[in-house]
Design a binder for this molecule. Structure first.
Ligand code: ADP
Length: 490
């Protein structure tokens, strides 16, 4: 809690993020529109002039060359001149073929010395050159009559691109002139615009940050409020709402957690109720019988002592079942696996039931073909078998018959414990493996278990990835089965 108080709310982080983004954008704009603006402008103009000159050079043989030159001039706002070059005593003589129409700049009046200059420079440079004039005074019109207004403090420059081209023994000189106007005033205008934009962007950023924060944090706040209720053991709370996917997922997860917590809480209550009930019953019996034996002469007989012993045994089996289940479920139960003969293990268990068979007339049959070996903890597997056989005896029908069947297939051994007793309703079958589940809670049989037997079976078999299940028909009996992997005899 203390730590969360030290953290800033989401809207502050968002405002900072939006502001930072705006500032970065403005700095980028500032750099491009002011610092690098002039360089960009010049590079683009140079590139355009060179492209135009090369395009004329390519189409020099075109009959429509005059139209093409006019079009280039109009489209690009440039002056194009074309000269035919003839040599006299190896001195070039220029005869004008096309004179410029745009007169983009008064100083672009091409005089012969410029033409010579450009020609020789282009010649030196392998046939192409681009010359930037020195700064020339502010724009005045082509004929030197007055200035164009308004004009820039700085003087403009003239960019001349000269290309020498050949066609059928004829040599031509193409001159493309472009005016590089000074950008100082434009840059000044942009600076003012940028200052205004900066102010606007800061305001807009804060506005958007607040709106976004509201959109993001409001549902989060609601979820947090409900989560606090969950922490206060209000498990019936439903987490809903959320206008973006992550929050919807969080809400779904929390709703699921609340549901699971409710189940755990119910189970805990049920468990405590069951345990206390199951502990109280034998304890009451033991105390009751002991008091009777102490107070009433003649009641201190072997039958009553046997009842006390039976109840004490029940208590101890309940406690050991509880210990087993808690160890198995928490994963702390250690398994001491070894290869053993499960067939012999079943036979041994059967020996212990001989008395029951003799006394109570139970018919317990073991059907098997061959010996099967498995790798597991023999004590835990005996526990599984005991629990299943005890249940079969407890819930067996009037025929008092329990059949244990072992079927061996190439890699597996399937053990079935079959009785012809009460059976289990189909819809109850999935629950019988749960801790403390009893199909008939009211009806307690004489030899009822603790309600933990099948849960222990499930946990032990789960440890060995064994398949298990039950086929049961109400009134006709049950067939509990499990399959273990067989191994070679060691
Ligand atoms: P219990 O100690 O009550 O037998 P178990 O976990 O072993 O607890 O079994 C859970 C429930 O499954 C039992 O209460 C009983 O209703 C049902 N059950 C288990 N085995 C059989 C069976 N062979 N025939 C009918 N019902 C059975």
């Amino acid at each position: 809690m203390k730590q969360t108080n030290r953290k800033l709310p989401l809207r502050v982080y968002l405002s900072c993020a939006f502001l930072a983004l705006s500032l970065v954008l403005i700095v980028i704009m500032w750099l491009f529109q002011t610092v690098f603006f002039d360089d960009f402008y010049r590079s683009i103009k140079t590139f355009q002039a060179e492209r135009c000159a090369l395009s004329v050079s390519k189409n020099i043989e075109d009959e429509q060359i005059t139209e093409l030159l006019k079009e280039i001039e109009e489209k690009n706002d440039m002056d194009v001149s074309l000269y035919g070059v003839t040599k006299y005593n190896s001195n070039p003589i220029f005869s004008p073929i096309y004179a410029p129409h745009n007169f983009i700049s008064s100083h672009s009046i091409v005089n012969m010395s410029t033409v010579y200059d450009c020609y020789f420079k282009a010649l030196e440079n392998g046939g192409q050159t681009t010359i930037k004039s020195e700064n020339i005074p502010p724009k005045y019109n082509r004929f030197g009559m007055g200035f164009d207004a308004p004009f820039d403090k700085k003087s403009s420059q003239l960019l001349t691109c000269a290309v020498i081209t050949q066609s059928e023994d004829e040599e031509y000189l193409i001159l493309v002139e472009s005016d590089i106007a000074p950008v100082t005033s434009t840059v000044d205008t942009l600076k003012v615009q940028l200052i205004i934009m900066t102010v606007f962007m800061v305001i807009i950023s804060i506005f958007f940050a607040v709106i976004t924060a509201q959109y993001l944090s409001k549902p989060l706040h609601d979820t947090n409020k409900k989560a606090k209720q969950l922490a206060n053991q209000n498990y019936n709370i439903a987490f809903s709402g959320g206008n973006y996917r992550e929050l919807c997922e969080l809400n779904d997860t929390l709703t699921y957690s609340a549901h699971e917590l409710r189940k755990v809480d119910e189970l805990r209550r049920e468990l405590i109720a069951n345990i206390s009930h199951d502990l109280r019953t034998p304890l009451t019996m033991i105390t009751g019988y002991s008091e009777v034996m102490r107070d009433i002469p003649g009641e201190n007989n072997p039958e009553n002592v046997q009842i006390i012993i039976d109840e004490a045994n029940r208590l101890s089996s309940l406690v050991s079942d509880l210990m087993d289940i808690s160890k198995l479920e928490s994963g702390t139960a250690t398994m001491q696996d070894s290869v053993f003969c499960i067939t012999d293990c079943i036979k041994e268990i059967f020996n212990r039931y001989t008395k029951l068979i003799e006394q109570d007339g139970y018919n317990i049959v073991f059907e098997y073909d061959t010996d099967a070996y498995v790798k597991a903890d023999p004590l835990r597997i005996s526990q599984v078998l005991y629990n299943l056989i005890n249940n079969a005896i407890n819930y067996s029908g009037d025929d008092k018959t329990v059949i244990v069947k072992q079927s061996v297939s190439p890699n597996n051994v399937c053990i079935e414990v079959i009785d012809h007793g009460v059976g289990i309703e189909e819809d109850k079958i999935p629950y019988i493996w749960d801790r403390y589940y009893k199909v008939d809670k009211e009806h307690k049989m004489a030899v009822v278990g603790t309600g933990l037997g099948l849960s222990i079976v499930k946990n032990i078999l789960g440890r060995y990835d064994a398949q298990y299940g039950v086929k049961s028909t109400l009134g006709f009996g049950s067939d509990f089965w499990f399959v273990l992997k067989t191994v070679e005899k060691e």
